[in-house]
Every structure is written in C-alpha cells, then in structure tokens.
Ligand binder design. Structure first.
Ligand SMILES: NC(=O)c1ccc[n+]([C@@H]2O[C@H](COP(=O)([O-])OP(=O)(O)OC[C@H]3O[C@@H](n4cnc5c(N)ncnc54)[C@H](O)[C@@H]3O)[C@@H](O)[C@H]2O)c1
Length: 399
C-alpha cells in the first residue's frame, strides 16, 4: 500500500504541469488479493461498486481484444497519431493500453476537475457505517432514519426481522438503496451478535458506529412477581447483550484503527427507584456502569456513551395496551375500557409530561437526536457518560 501511494505520487509528478489540478487521493481504488478476490474502495458503496465494475469491464475489454487476435499488431498502431507515439502504448497481445501521459490527461482533465469541485459537500455521516440493534421500532427506528438522512450506510438489525426490513425500506427511500441493509439479530445470543457484525462488515466494509436500543421490560403476572426466568432474561438482554455487542465489535474497531462510537440505551429508571419494575430498573443501573467500564476498556479508539430516556410512549412497543392500562390505574387517571389504545397511550404520555420540567411528551425522535450527537464528531471528546432525555425529571438529576 505504501509503495502504491509512492508510485502514484511519482506518476502524478511525471505528468503534471503548472496548470494541472492538485494531486488527488493516492490510495488504490481496487485491490486484488490473489486467491481471495477483488476489493473495490470508494467513499461509499456505490462508488466502490462502480469502480469495480469499471475494472471488471476493462478485463472484459482485454479478453475481447485477445479473442479477436489475428496475428501480430500493425506497426505503427492505428491508435497512435504518429509512428513515434506508437512506442508509448503498452501492448498485451491484441490489447493496446493508452500511454500513461494520455491516461493522466484524462484523469486530471480540467473539466473532470470542475465536475469534482462542484460535487455537493459530503453529509455528516457520509463514509460512516452505522449498525443499529433494535432498529425495527421506536427509538432505534428513528436513529436509522436520521443517520440515513445524514448520509450513513446503515445496518438495521433487530429480533423482529420483518420490522427491520420495513424500516430499512423507509430508510432507503431517504438515502441510497445500496447504503441500507437489514439483518435479524438476537442480542441475547453471542453467535447471533457475531453474525450480525460479520454481515455488516461484509456488506459495507467495516463499522464506525454501533447503537443498541433493544431491551425488554418484563411484565409480572397478576401476583405482581416476576418469574426467575423473566428476571434472568431482563439481565441477559438489557445488560449482557450490550456487553456481547461491544465484545463482538471490538475486533473491527481495532482492525480499522479509526475512531468509533458506541451508544447504548439506558433509562431514567436506572437512578429513580420504582415499585414493580425492579428487574428492569436494576438492569438499567447495571447498564449505566457498563457504559463507564466499556469506555475504559475500549478507549482510545471507541467512545462509549449512553442515553437515559424517560417514558417515550409514542412509537414504542414497550407500552402495549395492558401495560398502559396498568399505569393509568396506578396513577388513578380516568379512562374507559372502550377507548382505543392510541388514545390511552396519549393520556399516559400527557400525564408523564406534566411530571417533567419541560411539560412536553418525550418523542423517540428526541432520543434519536441525542444518540446521533453521541455518534458524531461533535461529541468526539465525550465518553463514559449518560445523557438524560427525560424532559427534565428532578428525581433523575445526578448528584
Ligand atoms: N419507551 C420508553 O418509555 C423508554 C424509557 C426509558 C428507556 N427506554 C429504553 O429505550 C430503548 C428503546 O425503547 P423503545 O421504546 O424504542 O422500544 P421498542 O420496544 O419500541 O423497540 C425495541 C426493539 O428492540 C427489539 N428487541 C427486543 N429484544 C431483542 C433482542 N433480544 N434482540 C434484538 N432485538 C430485540 C424489539 O424487537 C424492538 O424492535 C430500550 O432500551 C428501553 O429500555 C425506553
């Protein structure tokens, strides 16, 4: 690679004159590894694909020229303007390559340079690859849509594969189809997380940002007690799954040797104790500390942060009708059993909003904006922290 860059620079220096556009990227855009395959590189998947298509096409042109071979090539070559110029062309059997000076003139053509200069500026997440676990619903879905709009390559990953596919379709409509993909993952299974990570690397060539919003809120049976397996499952998904995710992506970040960002999703419940949600609340408290531990373990390349939302009713599958009715009963909010679920949910959201300092329901988009800030360069100096997105909940103020 170092040699290629040096050779490219020499090629530029040999043919450039005072009016030539400046030296461009000296990295190869196609790399062939014998016995393995052909790898295309570009600022996005589309560019990498087109580059390899050109390369393969050139191979076909060579093959076609050789298939038409009919003895020795004429001298001088018909492509040359003069007999002398004929010597500058490289020949491989019947295939004739342009002289390097001509190739340079095409590559650094003033009109080509003018076109490049007029390209729209790259978006914030152009060249970034974002893996979103929990992307089929709620906050994860909004993260997918937001980073897709900001130019990212996105892998939408979720236990709910149909949901992930549908969100991926929505994201593709905001971006480029080939920049968005989806896959099923079960965060509670190490092998499944490893597969989702490998699939992302195979689709897009790496990973720059990892988001997890997936979690479960176990609901007790009528006796108010969770079973042991419900309790264990809450910790398996809400805590251990996050650890597995960091462990399975660590090698990618190390191999890339580039800065990366991980954002996990906690909850205001991590610091506000409540009756009846002990497993969920303690799992989220553990997650807060995991964020700090992982920030230490995975630095300096990977930053690890979290957000702590409170009661995001809109768009969430965490508030099914029975949980909403239980909460309305708990807070003695009047409702009729005939009311539709959306009506009940908005009653609950309004109630929660009144408990906050800002008095407005918290939306999944609010949480997505905080996550995306933590993913981007603007938060490059923040790691090991949890940002509340709770509307201003005085009980959750950090002491
Ligand atoms: N909604 C709230 O009020 C609220 C409040 C505080 C914290 N949070 C936290 O925010 C995060 C997202 O909440 P949401 O409202 O968007 O939830 P949601 O239920 O709408 O979305 C969660 C997604 O996680 C997926 N998922 C669940 N288990 C999984 C598993 N084992 N493997 C892979 N995917 C799995 C689900 O299929 C779902 O698509 C959660 O971590 C939650 O604890 C939510």
């Amino acid at each position: 690679m170092v040699r290629y860059r040096e050779d490219y620079k020499k090629y530029y220096d040999s043919y450039a004159n005072a009016d030539s556009p400046k030296l461009r990227d000296t990295n190869p855009s196609v790399v062939i590894v014998p016995g393995v395959g052909l790898f295309g590189f570009g600022k996005n998947k589309k560019e990498a694909r087109i580059t390899t298509e050109f390369f393969i096409n050139a191979i076909h042109v060579m093959a076609g020229a050789n298939a038409l071979e009919s003895g020795t090539a004429p001298d001088p070559l018909p492509q040359a303007k003069t007999g002398e110029q004929s010597k500058e062309f490289t020949q491989f059997h019947n295939y004739v390559a342009l002289p390097r000076s001509e190739a340079f003139r095409i590559e650094y053509w003033a009109l080509e340079e003018a076109k490049l200069q007029r390209m729209p500026p790259e978006a914030e997440f152009s060249r970034k690859i974002v893996l979103v676990i929990g992307g089929a619903s709620g906050i994860g879905r909004e993260v997918v849509l937001l980073v897709a709009k900001k130019g990212a390559h996105v892998m939408v990953s979720d236990f709910d594969s149909a949901g992930a596919e549908s969100v991926a379709q929505g994201a593709a409509a905001l971006s480029l189809k080939e920049q968005i993909s989806h896959t099923r993952v079960d965060l509670s299974k190490n092998a499944s997380v490893a597969d989702a990570v490998s699939f992302t690397v195979a689709q897009f060539g790496g990973i720059d940002c990892v988001v997890n919003t997936a979690a479960i809120y176990p609901v007790a049976a009528t006796d108010g007690e969770l079973t042991e397996s419900q309790w264990a499952n809450a910790f398996l998904i809400n805590v251990t799954g996050n650890y597995l995710l960091a462990r399975q992506t660590e090698w990618v970040f190390k191999d890339q040797n580039l800065p990366g960002s991980v954002v996990l999703t906690g909850s205001a419940n991590a610091v506000v104790p409540k009756k009846g949600s002990e497993a969920y609340d303690t799992s989220k408290a553990a997650l807060n500390h995991l964020v700090r531990e992982l920030a230490i373990k995975l630095g300096p390349h990977m930053r690890v942060n979290g957000i702590a939302p409170a009661t995001v009713v809109a768009g969430s599958t965490m508030f099914p009708r029975d949980r909403v009715m239980q909460s309305l009963d708990k807070y003695k909010i009047g409702y009729s059993a005939d009311e539709d679920t959306e009506g009940l949910r908005s009653k609950l959201a309004d109630f929660y909003a009144q408990r906050t300092l800002t008095k407005r329901p918290i939306l999944p988009q609010d949480c997505a904006h905080a996550i995306v800030w933590l993913l981007g360069e603007q938060s490059a100096k923040t790691t090991g922290h949890i940002i509340p997105v709770d509307g201003g909940l005085t009980e959750a103020f950090l002491r």
